[in-house]
Design a protein around this ligand. Structure first.
Ligand code: EPZ
Length: 430
């Protein structure tokens, strides 16, 4: 099984280019099902998850081709409306085909995604929203079957929790519904805005972008469009934190600085210098220690929906706080089990205590972090272990790196170009 091997303790220097956002590409690829024709999508990251979504579109009868960073998806030949378990179990975002298939075909049968390492991940708000539009949903044999005998009818949908993919699913289900749909307590993440831009380019009528109240006027028809995926703010945040954890000075380009308001504030408070430019960050230490590292102050963090601190950067930020001066409290409010990285960070010498939904992180001297074999448990936990391995002295070997490959394009190449000693290994033990 492939592993990643890191010889830690080196500062990162140079320039890294950010890829398109995984969590924008997935709903936008699913949205190509809304209407037959060839859709052009630019800046699509080549990841395990985007490849899985394209495979799912293929099983539904679509064809696709990639030319560099652009993917062309032809959904003229829709021949099915079922997302099978073997695909959905590898990527829960497969549930995003529900909304467009209901609009296109009035029917969809999608395997329930099941839980994952970070939580139960139910889709009850998606299903309740569809029901408001007149859809009948039934659960049987691990699948959800959604059907609407006639055109869906616009309605008011309220989300108890501003679910990101729930908002995206309801947008795609309501764009051709009869009448007006209002989505209250909608998610405001930039990836939702990127999907809205695509839907509007296709002819949809949507108001309220970037707010928690979206109004959709159903239209009679849509046309394929050209869409560009926004930069990945979570990848950007991961590299900001990696430089803060190892020292050095890095230009992060082709990113969108305005999409990371909470992280940049927390990093500056911790003692990291962050300069913002046009589609660019420059990150370095405000005060360097003898071994080129940043002098870091402990900072408390509470994960919240956008524009609060992203849950998808919680594990990475923890990998920074394990070497800060003092104690930081990291409170996870979005998912019920997103501390799987703690036990692995402890293997590298971190001093962390979990107290319910909070982790108490007592910073240790950077010299106290020593490389060791660790195991990735989920996508962002993997990134956390890479950051800690880059900071620790000695060799860290990370197993189950298929988690990492789901959401980070060419991470090993990008880090090698910044001066890290990181490469792929293989171990028969894992
Ligand atoms: C999206 O997941 C992202 N994935 C996640 O990124 C991200 O962590 C999450 O939003 C929160 O920002 C994609 O966009 C593909 P939610 P999603 O629905 O939509 C509960 C990554 O690492 N909930 O906003 O599945 C849910 O259990 C991934 O890139 C219900 O109870 O998240 C969670 O506690 C991980 N019922 C909370 O709401 C529902 O019907 C937020 O979930 C839906 C959600």
């Amino acid at each position: 099984m492939d592993t990643i091997i890191i010889e830690g303790g080196k500062p990162l220097n140079g320039t890294v280019e950010i890829s398109g956002a995984k969590n924008a590409a997935l709903p936008i690829l699913a949205a190509t099902l809304l209407v037959g024709g060839t859709h052009t999508i630019k800046n699509v990251p080549d990841l395990r998850d985007t490849r899985t979504m394209l495979k799912l579109l293929e099983t539904l009868g679509a064809s696709h081709k990639r030319e560099g960073r652009t993917v062309y998806v032809d959904t003229s030949g829709l021949s099915g409306a079922e997302a099978p378990y073997d695909l959905v179990k590898t990527m829960r975002a497969s549930v995003l085909v529900l909304g467009p298939l209901l609009t296109r075909a009035g029917y969809a049968r999608v395997s329930l995604p099941g839980g994952c390492a970070i939580g139960a991940r139910p889709i009850n708000y998606h299903l309740r929203g569809f029901s408001c539009l007149g859809v009948t949903t039934t659960l049987a044999q691990g699948y959800v079957e959604a059907r609407c005998e006639t055109t869906m009818t616009g309605a008011t949908v309220y989300f108890d929790i501003p679910t990101v993919t729930g908002t995206e699913n309801l947008l795609m289900a309501s764009v051709m519904a009869r009448g007006t749909t209002i989505i209250k307590n909608a998610a405001r993440e930039p990836e939702v805005g990127n999907l809205i831009d695509m839907l509007v380019a296709m002819g949809a009528e949507i108001e309220g972008r970037d707010t928690d109240r979206l109004t959709v006027q159903g239209v009679q028809s849509l046309q394929p469009a050209t869409t560009t995926i926004i930069p990945d703010r979570i990848e950007t945040g991961t590299y900001l934190i990696a430089v803060a954890a190892t020292g050095g000075r890095v230009d992060i380009t082709q990113c969108e600085p305005t999409h990371l308001p909470a992280l940049t504030e927390k990093l500056r408070t911790a003692g990291v210098t962050i300069e913002e430019g046009q589609e660019k960050f420059t990150v370095s230490c405000s005060e360097q220690l003898a071994d080129n590292r940043c002098r870091l102050e402990s900072v408390d963090v509470k994960t919240l929906v956008y524009p609060g601190f992203p849950t998808d950067l919680q594990a990475q930020f923890m990998a920074l706080m394990i070497q800060a001066d003092g104690t930081s409290i990291i409170h996870e409010t979005i998912f019920e089990n997103r501390f799987m990285h703690v036990a692995e960070l402890q293997r590298l010498g971190a001093d962390i205590t979990i107290d319910g939904a909070s982790a108490v992180v007592r910073g240790v001297e950077p010299t106290g972090l020593c490389g060791a074999p660790v195991m990735a448990t989920d996508l962002r936990a993997s990134a956390s272990l890479v950051i800690a391995g880059l900071a620790a002295r000695g060799t860290t070997e990370i197993s189950r790196i298929y988690h990492l490959e789901r959401g980070y394009e060419n991470m090993i190449d990008k880090l090698q170009a910044l001066g890290a000693t990181i490469y792929k290994g293989s171990s028969s033990l894992v």
